[in-house]
Design a protein around this ligand. Structure first.
Ligand SMILES: Cc1cc2nc3c(=O)[nH]c(=O)nc-3n(C[C@H](O)[C@H](O)[C@H](O)COP(=O)(O)OP(=O)(O)OC[C@H]3O[C@@H](n4cnc5c(N)ncnc54)[C@H](O)[C@@H]3O)c2cc1C
Length: 494
């Protein structure tokens, strides 16, 4: 739905197909990181953005954890309008996205299951099933946002390599009569147990028993397939913490594993993959939904540009394409979550030593803490600069204030911003060919030693200049990002 909302914001007609007939009230994700809120500012109804609505509904927390360490990463000084982690159940985020799409007139067809897809000339044919019966649809483009078991990914035969699961954790939303004073508990012999307060009251209890680690994949799958009954949850909690914290009610429960995979490619012809369809991992640090929405922000403007006919080759198949920029992020996500599994679920003296060492580094608040916070928050996620561009190209530009508003408020998936950092805005080069809109803006102060920058629709720097470039340099830099470079055919999957 986030991809649909961002494509709609770029003027693309979208249809959402969803196999379930009703939204789920089970929230997997609860944590929303700052960069996700930043990119959802581009999803607007009137003057209110989806990010505004989410912040109004959620609970901001000043800090977050890495690998469940008690020494927290402080978000309060991050350079963003959202210097906090927002606790908001995924069901609420999805409901707000659904309401936004409904208000915009974007159709969401529920009870429609995609069973197969195949390329058909310049289009993609979808074979669908569900309560409404079997039928076929045709789309010019398809974005597979269909989760870990993605039918779209399988239909395309895209490889999904990774590491097999070695552990089986547990998770439940519960009501507790005697919640713990501290949310994280490790018992070197028996496992870990955590209880985080939920915005709606109640607690999210999760952890892993030491006996459920170091397993072979078959044993993990067997364990994962067994429903987690209330009695077993109580027994697990008591074995690890010596108490069930007054477990009164189990709202829902599940198990998770550290199986970690990402796609070999996230695009084939006119079909693209986002979110869990492209990467799966242990839920650690609240990242899957966040990285998925950030995938969508990278994808939407590029796909819209391609559909509108002004996309330069660099963003379609080149070094700044969705695939080139987001596959490395999926790899980092895999590493990051596997590292958190090692930190939080190694029940041995070595595991305890690792936790002490990392905890000390985070408590010192230096570069190590800053680097981890930069990744988790999404604010330091950046892409390699194109050859010949300023070294900061590919970095996120912060939300600098402008005379009437701020830089991020000007961003949208259908336009670039030519930002004069603390000075007068030069004339924006005008193109006669189909091209992206380029909006001028003057920020109140300089940024990173630059006087001028071309900012991409997703808020990353396309190119920047310490001194004002000549009109010719500026014209060619703007053209190479905002104009199609050649006529090209996008080959379809067969
Ligand atoms: C316990 C737990 C806690 C988590 N906590 C966090 C957190 O705090 N923060 C965070 O960022 N992430 C968290 N995550 C991860 C997050 O929930 C996922 O990364 C996120 O839901 C992925 O979104 P998605 O849209 O890619 O896939 P999904 O949420 O799986 O959505 C896919 C949708 O596609 C539909 N679908 C599937 N196949 C078809 C088909 N063939 N035809 C039509 N429709 C189809 C499904 O019904 C579903 O609605 C957590 C995960 C778990 C398990």
């Amino acid at each position: 739905m986030a991809t649909a909302a961002l494509l709609d914001a770029a003027g693309i007609a979208v249809d959402v197909l969803e196999q379930t007939e009703r939204p789920s009230d089970r929230s997997k994700a609860t944590t929303v990181h700052p960069r996700t809120l930043e990119v959802l500012r581009s999803v607007r109804s009137g003057s209110i953005s989806l990010a505004d609505r989410m912040v109004a509904a959620g609970t901001p927390l000043p800090a977050t954890h890495f690998g469940l360490l008690p020494e927290l990463l402080d978000y309060r000084n991050l350079d963003t309008p959202f210097p906090f982690v927002l606790m908001l159940p995924q069901a609420d985020t999805e409901a707000m996205l659904a309401a936004h799409l409904a208000a915009r007139g974007v159709p969401v067809s529920r009870g429609v299951r995609v069973d197969h897809i195949a390329g058909e000339g310049d289009a993609v044919r979808l074979s669908c099933g569900g309560p409404g019966g079997a039928h076929a649809r045709t789309a010019q483009w398809v974005v597979g946002a269909d989760g870990a078991r993605s039918t779209v990914r399988r239909a395309l035969g895209i490889g999904f390599p990774g590491t097999e699961p070695t552990l089986c954790g547990f998770i439940a939303d519960v009501e507790l009569d005697a919640p713990p004073a501290h949310p994280h508990l490790w018992n070197a012999a028996t496992g870990s147990l955590n209880a985080l307060p939920l915005p709606s009251g109640g607690f999210r209890v999760f952890g892993c028993a030491a006996r459920d680690t170091g397993l072979d994949p078959v044993a993990v799958r067997e364990r994962r397939a067994r429903p987690l009954a209330r009695g077993e949850l109580r027994e697990l909690m008591t074995a690890i913490a010596g108490t069930d914290w007054g477990l009164r009610k189990v709202i829902w429960s599940s198990r998770n594993t550290d199986v970690t995979r990402h796609v070999e490619r996230n695009r084939l012809g006119r079909v693209l993959l986002v979110g869990d369809a492209a990467h799966i991992h242990l839920p650690a640090g609240g990242q899957g939904m966040n990285v998925g929405i950030q995938d969508a922000a990278n994808l939407a403007w590029k796909l819209a540009a391609e559909i509108h006919g002004w996309a330069p080759t660099r963003v379609v198949t080149g070094a700044q394409s969705y695939q080139a920029e987001r596959l490395p992020i999926a790899r980092r996500l895999a590493d990051n979550t596997l590292a958190q599994a090692a930190i939080s679920m190694t029940f041995s003296p070595a595991g305890a030593a690792l936790r002490r060492l990392l905890g000390d580094l985070i408590a010192q608040g230096g570069d190590a803490a800053g680097g981890i916070a930069g990744w988790l928050s999404g604010l330091d996620v950046h892409y390699p600069p194109p050859g010949g561009a300023h070294p900061l190209a590919g970095h996120r530009v912060p939300d600098l204030s402008t005379e009437h508003s701020s830089l991020h408020a000007l961003l949208a998936p259908d336009r670039f911003v030519l930002a004069a950092f603390g000075g007068p805005v030069p004339e924006v080069p005008v193109s006669t060919a189909p091209a992206a809109t380029v909006v001028p803006a003057a920020t109140a102060k300089k940024w990173a030693g630059l006087t001028l920058g071309l900012v991409r629709p997703d808020g990353h720097l396309a190119d920047g200049w310490p001194r004002h470039p000549t009109p010719e340099t500026l014209r060619s830099a703007v053209a190479c990002w905002t104009q199609a470079t050649s006529n090209r055919q996008t080959r379809n999957p067969s």
